[in-house]
Design a protein around this ligand. Structure first.
Ligand SMILES: Nc1ncnc2c1ncn2[C@@H]1O[C@H](COP(=O)(O)OP(=O)(O)OP(=O)(O)O)[C@@H](O)[C@H]1O
Ligand SMILES: O=C(O)C1=C[C@@H](O)[C@@H](O)[C@H](O)C1
Ligand SMILES: [Mg+2]
Length: 163
């Protein structure tokens, strides 16, 4: 969550001249509500179901750069759909670096609401096991979004060359 998938993914799409799809944004358009409002009105379970369906519909279309929401990969079916149809890149950050970003995220990521720092740290580490299942890992660290986007393009080109 909040590692920069939307920011960096949109740059990758621009640089590769591909369509960019942000799954959270697509869900917000379908409901005409913000993610916060969807969680409040329908609950997380309903959000996860629509998230899975939305991911399925876009992942089966080729030639797109797709940014998932932060918790999407926790669903085994989402992992299966993405790994079978897409080149899946995990953007990784250390806890020490990521927690400095919390102020930017706290108001717009409802899963953080009501949690103290210890609980957020537990969630951060709990998610890493699922995120580790991917085709390529990029450590974002202190890289700018531009640098991270360029690194992703290099890694995609390398994987194409190796095919
Ligand atoms: N490389 C970067 N360096 C510094 N700040 C960044 C970087 N990438 C993104 N940000 C900032 O971090 C915040 C979260 O970014 P973004 O929304 O792209 O994350 P995300 O991974 O898409 O989040 P989510 O998991 O909720 O979809 C934004 O305020 C964004 O401007
Ligand atoms: O990390 C998460 O569980 C989430 C991240 C956001 O991208 C949104 O998908 C939503 O706020 C849930
Ligand atoms: Mg995002």
């Amino acid at each position: 969550m909040g590692v920069g998938k939307t920011t960096i993914g949109s740059l990758v799409a621009q640089k590769l001249d591909r369509a960019f799809i942000d799954i959270d944004e697509e869900i917000e358009k379908q409901y005409n509500m913000s993610i916060n409002e969807i969680f409040a009105a329908h609950g997380e379970k309903a959000f996860r179901e629509i998230e899975k369906q939305t991911i399925r519909s876009f992942c089966e279309q080729p030639l797109k750069v797709i940014s998932l929401g932060g918790g999407a990969f926790m669903q085994p079916e989402v992992r299966e759909i993405c790994l079978a149809n897409c080149f899946v890149i995990y953007l990784e950050m250390s806890w020490e670096e990521w927690k400095e970003r919390l102020d930017l995220l706290i108001d717009t990521r409802p899963v953080l609401r009501g949690k103290d720092l210890k609980e957020i740290e537990e969630l951060f580490y709990k998610r890493q096991e699922a995120y580790a299942i991917n085709h390529s890992t990029l450590t974002v660290g202190s890289k700018s979004a531009e640098e991270a986007a360029d690194d992703i393009i290099e890694s995609v080109k390398l994987s194409e060359d190796l095919r």
